[in-house]
Design a binder for this molecule. Structure first.
Ligand code: HC1
Ligand code: SF4
Length: 569
């Protein structure tokens, strides 16, 4: 075993690549803006400086450990240097903290407080550019950028999109959309992961909170809302309880939303069950005809935009099924006016998503009828938490209550959607157990689960082998697409989610740094699935009833009108 000492404490290490990893494992706070274990080492912020006996001042993120090193993370000199770094950043920063959406979760603010900075010794040189509000998903404020480069590296290294980059040199350095002007024209796919790794408020999900409060206070309007699967896995983090029981958390969310004035509270997992029923039918048809194979899932809007923009040759491989959010929207707009006894114009449909790209998806012209969008507003989990706070509700104290019917009933298959591999597992629960004529043991497909961003599984199906790829991160998706270009028959079914871990890791979720947070969220959804009365999407009695009343059967003309869409380049 190898040892070094940190602030006089003996610490063992094994294969850690740098001192920062070792020191943080010991629960010693060593600040850094630009270090992110998912990304390459950049070493720009210089905050993780430390003193190593015999070597002087070095940076923890870029120094490999050596046995016997004697390290100090703090002394008067280091603390003073860190203060200077922070003060220099603040002298060039839009310091409207009270009105910043990142207030209280901003790492710059936190560090300034922790270092006791109460005065900035340098002249303010901040140059304020207008906000970039060109997209439905994100807002950029360059005056809040500290040039850590996390966004640039995420977009490049994990998503392989390269929509943002550095421009200019020296003191004129800025981060900006790659093709110059704004994010909308940069090739961005709105995954929002740049915002998740931004330590400040330089890039943030775009808020729709004020519109939703406004419509809630309009006595003429009835507002219905639905929460995405992944929301129940993370909102507790904001209110001091991470993990927990997803079903109970969802129940608390229902109570909160009712007390805010929503007329009906539904579950997007209901629509996820519908998506599976429809997509499984589509898959079996394509498999039979060997047409447009492999089938690509299409519920992740950042992935869909990625294919449309960068791989138009593969558009026909995308499932034509609308995403669960979009199915919920079109079904709600179709059936709710009658159920609520109101005119179409008086119905507002809101969804709550872990995702920034869903805001963009909802604005797609194909997902509207006669110029009216099926989904009127999309809030993120972060925005839901903010609204709960604004409403003065103590989330932890709320008694859970039940979702409204019919769009509030779901099976476990609709809940696990929020995890990478969840869509695949739900499809398998549908097709394999239907095909074998049995109830199907839902636990038999757990092999599609996992933490890797690129997983391959084989499943025996009606005498043949199905080859399936489960992918998250668009760079991984690119790899798979390259393979498929070479060999079209390599896979039968490909699930892609843009965000690490799937929707639970979406950029609309509460911001996290520690990767264990993702594991906890994943577990919440799988545990929640276990407690569901029904686990296979096709067993959802309300889905069956909606088909009977409105869409006849999967793949019917009516189903195509309301539950499918076209993708374009
Ligand atoms: Fe997702 Fe989906 S699972 S895309 O990850 O198919 O956002 O949670 O709502 O639409 O159901 C997101 C999550 C979500 C859709 C479903
Ligand atoms: Fe890149 Fe995603 Fe950010 Fe767009 S939203 S700039 S694709 S990381």
């Amino acid at each position: 075993e190898k040892y070094l000492t940190v602030n006089g404490r003996k610490v063992s290490f094994t294969d850690e690549k740098n001192l920062l990893e070792i020191i943080r494992k010991e629960n010693i706070e060593l600040p850094s803006f630009c270090y992110n274990s998912e990304l390459s080492i950049y070493g720009s912020c210089r905050l993780c400086m430390l003193e190593i006996e015999g070597k002087g001042i070095l940076f923890a993120c870029s120094t490999p450990p050596e046995s016997g090193m004697k390290i100090r993370t703090n002394n008067e000199h280091i603390i003073e240097m860190r203060k200077i770094i922070i003060e220099l950043l603040l002298a060039n920063h839009d310091r409207e903290c009270t009105t910043c959406g990142k207030s209280e979760t901003c790492q710059l603010q936190t560090l300034a407080r922790r270092l006791g900075i109460n005065k900035i010794r340098f002249k303010n040189v901040m140059h304020k550019e207008p906000k970039d509000v060109s997209t439905y998903s994100l807002v950029r404020e360059s005056g809040k950028c500290i040039l850590c480069g996390n966004c640039v590296r995420f977009c490049d290294e994990i998503q392989s999109v390269g929509a943002i980059g550095f421009a200019n040199r020296g003191s004129k350095s800025v981060i900006c959309p790659s093709l110059g002007c704004d994010l909308e024209s940069s090739g961005c796919v709105y995954c929002g992961q740049c915002a998740r790794v931004c330590p400040t408020g330089a890039i943030m999900p775009k808020s729709e909170i004020s519109y939703v409060w406004k419509v809630l206070s309009d006595p003429k309007k009835k507002v219905v809302v639905a929460i995405a699967p992944a929301v129940r896995a993370s909102i507790g983090e904001v209110f001091g309880f991470a993990g927990g029981n997803g079903t109970e958390t969802a129940g608390k969310i229902v109570t909160a939303l009712r007390s805010m004035g929503f007329a009906k509270v539904f579950d997007v997992s209901f629509a996820a069950d519908m998506t599976i029923v429809e997509e499984a039918d589509e898959f079996l048809n394509r498999l039979k005809k060997n047409k447009d194979m492999p089938l690509f899932t299409s519920c992740c809007p950042a992935w869909v935009k990625f294919v449309e923009q960068y791989y138009p040759d593969f558009i026909s491989n995308l499932s034509s099924c609308r995403s669960p959010q979009a199915m919920y929207g079109s079904v709600a707009k179709k059936i709710m006016p009658e159920m609520l006894k109101i005119s179409k114009e008086d119905l507002t449909v809101v969804s709550i998503m872990p995702c920034t790209a869903k805001k963009f998806e909802a604005r797609r012209p194909e997902l509207s009828k006669n110029g009216v969008a099926d989904i009127d507003y999309v809030l993120t989990t972060q925005e839901l938490a903010r609204m709960i706070e604004e409403a003065g509700l103590l989330f932890g104290e709320l008694e859970p209550s039940a979702f409204d019917m019919p769009l509030g009933f779901k099976t476990g298959g609709g809940v696990i959607f929020g995890n990478s591999g969840g869509v695949t597992e739900a499809v398998l629960r549908d097709i394999v157990s239907n095909n074998s004529g049995g109830a199907g043991k839902t636990e038999q497909f757990v092999f599609v689960r996992g933490e890797d961003g690129l997983r391959e599984v084989k499943v025996n199906f009606g005498g043949r082998e199905l080859n399936i790829a489960v992918v998250y991160g668009l760079k991984n998706a690119r790899k798979i697409l390259k393979d498929i270009k070479v060999d079209r028959s390599r896979y039968d079914f490909v699930e892609v989610m843009a965000c690490p871990g799937g929707c639970i890791g979406g950029a609309g979720q509460p911001v996290y740094k520690d990767l264990s947070v993702r594991k906890t969220r994943t577990k919440v959804l799988y545990e929640s699935d276990k407690t569901m009365e029904l686990r296979r999407p096709q067993d959802n009695p309300y889905v069956q009833k909606v088909y009977k009343d409105y869409f006849n059967k999967p793949g019917s003309c009516a189903a195509h009108e309301y539950l499918h869409t076209g993708h374009k380049n």
